[in-house]
Ligand binder design. Structure first.
Ligand code: SF4
Length: 358
């Protein structure tokens, strides 16, 4: 653990030991990712269990507690930043409008792809594997053209809007294990800006729309998503579209609530309101997800990791729900904003050193 935090005190640079530690961690997580991907393609039952019922359920809590860990070791990031690490990237910079458009497409992709889990991905390992490979190919192609994390990790990645919503008050800043020097490729940089949130930048209409959709829409979308069963066969267009109805209804409902409240309160409370919606989203996720993992789900076969329904009392479910909800509201809403970024910004590249970071 000391390597993880070795740059806390010294400030901005990675020590050789810390760099070696993070490279080993990236390689290890990349190999785990490759193993899960291989299982999804060739041993779907195991792959689906590892990916959807172990890796993905851990992710929201990790984003809340220490999203910097994931930003440093995500196997997709490790893959698509290889062109930049090996100096093959053209290192172009995106304009604010281009970044805003990528952020909006990322949010739209999230809300489009997640309901498809019920229709396709939750029960189809090869389809999930192909989805992951497609994202790796798109991210890597972008990595050949654009500077550091700008195009994929902080742009088009459909998981990034969730990182920005949940990661607003993490435990502390880790070293940045990817960017060697800061090229100011994203302003504000989600990795390096303390207490970042999805509406931190309102530069363009695209930024504003993507921020509004993820903050306002996600809690209701999650609620709706958990009320749709996994469809093993899609027999008609109607049954295919049915996986979108409840998530969309929830999305619209909480978006309206968010818009009304945000119009009623002063802007100084905006961050607090975003924290409340973030806590609502992650609490709602675990409210349904933990029971389904242990056999108490609304649809017993969906999302099951281990069936403990015969060995645990039923009151365990409300107890777990209250505990997780209380924890996330404490952590994200009640706890003081700690002014920490996800990772520590590396030294600015020479030509950027004099620039003021917006
Ligand atoms: S730390 Fe600097 S170089 Fe790295 S992603 Fe952020 S802005 Fe870009």
């Amino acid at each position: 653990m000391s390597e993880i935090y070795s740059t806390f005190k010294s400030g901005i640079d990675l020590s050789p030991r810390s760099r070696a530690f993070w490279r080993a961690a990236q390689a290890g997580v990349w190999l785990i990712g490759a193993f899960i991907l291989t299982c999804l393609l060739f041993f779907p039952s195991l792959g689906l269990l590892l990916f959807w019922n172990i890796l993905i359920p851990v992710a929201p809590a990790l984003f809340v507690l220490a999203v910097g860990v994931w930003r440093n070791v995500c196997p997709l990031a490790t893959t698509n930043l290889l062109p930049r690490h090996f100096e093959f990237s053209k290192r172009k910079k995106l304009t604010p409008t281009q970044l805003g458009k990528l952020n909006l497409i990322a949010v739209a992709a999230l809300f489009t792809l997640v309901p498809l889990r019920h229709a396709v991905f939750n029960n189809n390992g090869p389809a999930t594997g192909i989805l992951i490979i497609s994202m790796a190919v798109i991210g890597t192609i972008m990595g050949f053209f654009y500077e550091w994390k700008s195009a994929w990790c902080s742009g088009l990645c459909p998981i990034h809007p969730v990182e920005k919503l949940y990661g607003g008050n993490t435990i502390g800043s880790l070293p940045n294990a990817h960017c060697v020097e800061c090229q100011n490729c994203v302003v504000p940089c989600p990795d390096s800006t303390p207490n970042i949130h999805p509406i931190s930048s309102k530069k363009t209409l695209y930024h504003q729309l993507s921020g509004l959709m993820i903050v306002g829409g996600l809690p209701g979308f999650i609620w709706g998503w958990f009320h749709v069963p996994d469809e093993t066969t899609i027999s008609s267009l109607n049954s295919f579209l049915s996986v979108y109805k409840l998530p969309l209804l929830g999305f619209v409902a909480t978006s309206i609530v968010y818009i009304i409240i945000s119009m009623m309160i002063s802007t100084k409370y905006e961050q607090k309101l975003i924290s409340v919606f973030a806590a609502s989203g992650v609490s709602c996720y675990y409210w349904f997800r933990i029971p389904s993992l242990i056999g108490f789900g609304k649809f017993p076969a969906d999302g099951l990791l281990i069936n403990l329904s015969n060995s645990l009392p039923e009151w365990i479910v409300p107890v777990l729900n209250i505990l997780t909800t209380a924890f996330f509201f404490y952590f994200l809403v009640i706890r003081k904003q700690n002014n920490k970024s996800w990772v520590v910004r590396p030294p600015f590249a020479t030509k950027e050193k004099q620039q003021v970071v917006a």
